[in-house]
Design a binder for this molecule. Structure first.
Ligand SMILES: [Fe+2]
Ligand SMILES: [Fe+2]
Length: 287
């Protein structure tokens, strides 16, 4: 594809709806020292659609408080600032992409199942490794392939062409994207994450989940998401766009410093958490 056509296509990424201002404010308020619950509530409350979804989400089995959280302040106290911030973020991003319908070539439900699966597995691995920001790890896993949804939403014909190439040449979706578009979902996803001003380590994990050894900022997060992406495919959770199960990259395993048996030890917890996480998806299919 010629450079000028590619540049025009990339400009269209800026046409996608941005995150609501409440979400930006919430994300950045949390970086302020001495932020109070009252200040956060008054910011989030400006968007009642987000509040009602947030309450449904925090009362789902995903968080384990089924039906017990009645207000925003209770959610903040019980879940903590970070979990609420990331719930607000996830809700808004899922909303931006909620209009994509299922068709013969693509089932958005299976895409989200892959995304949630990668988020859940990332969090389980992170917990085992005593990673300090588990909620960021979940969001990085949830959004790692968001560039694919941008392609589907903005360039549906190219996406069909990509799927055809993937099938015809038995290649991975990332190779198909580069062949058809001249750019792949990690580059597009990174651009989105920058536009949304997500935390640096999440931006980097989205950009580098296929080559975590190139990370400079937080290699452990990129490597965890990369490993979780492979595991999610190997465990047949959802669908990532091609049927190839990538081999677990030994470099990703080395970055994390884990033994081969480590993964087997995570499987039971992944199974358990995945059951609960399906409620996350159910909330967004209700609309
Ligand atoms: Fe990917
Ligand atoms: Fe993936």
């Amino acid at each position: 594809m010629k450079q000028d056509i590619l540049a025009k296509k990339l400009e269209r990424i800026n046409d996608l709806p941005g995150l609501p201002s409440v979400v930006f404010e919430t994300i950045h308020l949390l970086d302020e020292p001495g932020i109070t619950i009252e200040r956060l509530i008054s910011s989030i409350q400006l968007d009642q659609a987000i509040v009602s979804k947030l309450l449904r989400l925090v009362n789902s089995s995903f968080y384990g408080f089924q039906g017990k959280i009645g207000s925003l302040s209770q959610a903040l106290v019980l879940l903590g600032f970070n979990a609420v911030r990331n719930a607000v973020l996830s809700i808004s991003i899922l909303d931006i992409f909620s209009g994509i319908n299922k068709d013969r070539a693509f089932d958005p439900r299976l895409f989200w199942l892959h995304a949630i699966g990668t988020g859940v597995i990332s969090r389980v691995i992170g917990r085992q490794l005593k990673y300090p920001r588990l909620e960021n790890l979940f969001v990085a896993g949830l959004l790692h392939d968001i560039g694919k949804l941008v392609i589907i939403k903005l360039f549906p014909e190219d996406f069909l062409q990509i799927l055809k190439e993937v099938k015809r040449r038995d290649i991975s979706i990332i190779e198909g994207e580069s062949a058809v578009l001249g750019i792949n979902h990690t580059e597009i996803g990174h651009k989105m994450a920058e536009n949304w001003r997500l935390p640096e380590e999440i931006q980097e994990a989205i950009a580098l989940h296929h080559c975590p050894w190139n990370a400079s900022e937080n290699r452990a997060m990129s490597a965890t998401v990369s490993l979780s992406d492979c595991l999610c495919r190997a465990l047949d959770i959802g669908y990532g766009g091609d049927s190839l199960v990538p081999e677990i990259d030994p470099k990703a395993v080395t970055i994390l410093g884990v033994e081969p048996l480590f993964i087997a030890g995570c499987l039971e917890e992944i199974d358990l958490e995945m059951e609960r996480a399906k409620s996350f998806l159910a909330i967004f299919s209700e609309d």
